[in-house]
Structure formats: structure tokens, C-alpha cells
Design a protein around this ligand. Structure first.
Ligand code: C2E
Ligand code: MG
Ligand code: MG
Ligand code: MG
Length: 276
């Protein structure tokens, strides 16, 4: 195709730049069709209470199954979809499909809260609150919402307004990737939040300083009556010291990666059987 064979006028660029430009073109072109061609999937990663290891809920994570490229993770396309605006349509697809999954699980007797990720660009979609309200109805109130710290920093007023609306719809509100931006504790106190999710980079750092930092964040969160969730937990050692520090819940490969719905159900059954 035209995208695969760049015209000679492009050869004046550095090869690396050219590659990046071609990658952007490829993404713009193929992302637009991904929805119509049913190439998007949601996978579900469990959140586990550190005390007692009870599986509490899941996070929905978007995957793009491309016929030639295989399974593409969101780090490779979400940023581009935000830039070209396609995130709005994709985000709506995520919300309605997560809602349908919650309803389907409920019909099977499984009550699973599902948290969806919402990025900054989606907040400028005027239809988003109405869409979420409709999907929350389909999901019997089981949808929650994760907003990143950078989303709040970009436009605090808008993020706060959206959080209020989520609360009214019965969504719990999580502050995602906490600690990577520069939101202050004063800002945290103002926002209508239920939980903060400590960014993976803190958990991996470990060491005295990492632990001291987490300890102070947990103390602050307690004062503000916020639940604390650690993301990216990969080892028993990490889980043990997070529990000692009174972190409430954890998420990570130690428990399970993001899984397709049937595999999540199998994981949950095995996990519950192991605990009995
Ligand atoms: P996030 O919301 O902070 O999600 C956590 C990421 O860490 C996920 O990457 C997850 O697969 C990965 N992860 C989980 N446990 C571990 C672990 O133990 N170790 C390591 N190294 N990684 C772990 P993923 O699925 O590639 O998603 C990346 C980001 O893309 C997400 O970060 C989220 O910001 C965004 N994203 C994913 N799905 C959606 C979506 O439906 N809509 C929007 N707007 N953004 C999404
Ligand atoms: Mg998230
Ligand atoms: Mg996160
Ligand atoms: Mg993260």
C-alpha cells in the first residue's frame, strides 16, 4: 500500500524520524478501522485485597488484535488515538462493552465491579456523561472509573466536575498513576475521590526511600479517607511490605495479568478454591 512504500520525497528525513512518521500514518489509518472491523477487545485484571487476598473487582484494559501485528497493547496506540481524536469513539466502545460484560457476569451470578480508564481527551466529549449514565444502567451500577493524575493536572476543574458526575452515577472514582504527576495533597483533598492507585514505578523502586515515600502517601490517604491500591505488584516480597504499610489492595502479575473474560472467570474460580 501507499503507507508501506514511502515516496522518494520522504527520504530526506532521518531514518528514525521517517519510521516514526510512517508509524503515525499506519496508526491513524488502521486505528480508524479497528472499531468497525471488531479488532478491539477488553481484558480484565483483578484487584486483590492484600489482607486475605480476596479478589475484589477488576480493571478493564483495552487490547487491539490486529490480523498481521497480533495483540497490540494500549501503550502503543492510546497516545496516538488521543492525538487524532479516535479515543472518543474507542472510549465509548470500552464503556458499553465493559457494561455488557458486567451485566453478563451478573446474569451468571457473579457480581464484579469493573473499572474503566478514561483519558484527558475523552473529558472533552460532551456526550460522555450521558453515555456513562446509560452504560451504568446497563451494568446495574457496577462500573467504576479511573482517571490519571495527569488528567487532573491538565484541567482540574473539568476533571473535578466529571468526578462529581461519576459519583452521582454510583461509580467509584480512582486516581490512576498517582505519584507520577505533581498534584499536591491540597489538590487531593479537594477532589471527590474514593481511592488512589500508587504508580507501578514506586512499587518497583523498593528500597528505604521508596518505602518511606509509600508510607507517607498511605498516611496522607488515610487522613483523607481514601483507599490505597498498589499497581504493578510482581513479587511476594512486595505484597508483604505493602500489607505491612497498610495498603488496601494490589494489582499485578503476582496475581494475574489482564485476561480475556472467560480466562478471568477461570482464574477467579481457581483463586477462590485455593483460599477455601
Ligand atoms: P494503567 O491504567 O495504569 O494500567 C496498568 C498497566 O500496567 C496495564 O498496562 C497493565 O497491563 C500493566 N500491568 C499490570 N500489572 C503489571 C505488573 O505486575 N507489572 C507490569 N510491568 N505491568 C503491569 P496496559 O494494559 O498496557 O495499559 C497501559 C495504559 O493504557 C493503562 O495504564 C491506561 O492508562 C491505558 N489504557 C488501557 N486501557 C484503556 C482504555 O480502555 N481507555 C483509555 N483511555 N486508556 C486505557
Ligand atoms: Mg488504570
Ligand atoms: Mg495505573
Ligand atoms: Mg500506570
Amino acid at each position: 500500500s501507499a503507507l508501506e512504500s514511502p515516496g522518494s520525497h520522504l527520504t530526506v528525513y532521518e531514518p528514525r524520524l521517517l519510521l516514526r512518521a510512517r508509524e503515525r500514518l499506519w496508526l491513524d489509518h488502521h486505528l480508524r478501522r479497528a472499531l468497525d472491523l471488531h479488532q478491539l477487545e477488553l481484558h480484565y485484571q483483578p484487584k486483590v485485597a492484600l489482607a486475605g487476598e480476596v479478589a475484589t473487582s477488576v480493571e478493564a484494559l483495552l487490547r487491539w488484535r490486529h490480523p498481521k501485528r497480533g495483540l497490540i497493547r494500549p501503550d502503543l496506540f492510546i497516545a496516538r488515538a488521543e492525538k487524532n481524536g479516535q479515543i472518543v469513539a474507542m472510549g465509548r466502545w470500552v464503556i458499553v462493552n465493559a457494561a455488557a460484560q458486567a451485566a453478563q457476569w451478573l446474569a451468571q451470578g457473579l457480581r464484579v465491579r469493573i473499572a474503566i480508564n478514561i483519558s484527558a481527551r475523552q473529558l472533552s466529549d460532551p456526550e460522555l456523561p450521558r453515555w456513562l449514565a446509560e452504560c451504568q444502567r446497563i451494568a446495574h451500577g457496577l462500573l467504576d472509573v479511573e482517571l490519571t493524575e495527569s488528567c487532573v493536572i491538565e484541567d482540574e476543574g473539568r476533571a473535578e466536575g466529571f468526578m462529581q458526575e461519576c459519583r452521582l452515577l454510583g461509580c467509584q472514582v480512582f486516581l490512576d498513576d498517582f505519584g507520577t504527576g505533581f498534584s499536591s495533597l491540597a489538590q487531593l483533598a479537594r477532589l471527590p475521590l474514593d481511592s488512589i492507585k500508587l504508580d507501578r514505578s514506586f512499587i518497583n523502586t523498593g528500597g528505604e526511600r521508596g518505602q518511606a515515600l509509600i508510607r507517607s502517601l498511605v498516611t496522607a490517604a488515610r487522613e483523607l479517607q481514601l483507599k490505597v491500591i498498589a499497581e504493578g505488584v510482581e513479587t511476594e516480597v512486595q505484597a508483604r511490605w505493602l500489607l505491612e504499610m497498610k495498603v488496601d489492595e494490589a494489582q499485578g502479575w503476582l496475581y494475574a495479568p489482564a485476561l480475556p473474560a472467560p480466562e478471568y472467570q477461570a482464574w477467579l474460580a481457581a483463586h477462590n478454591a485455593k483460599k477455601d
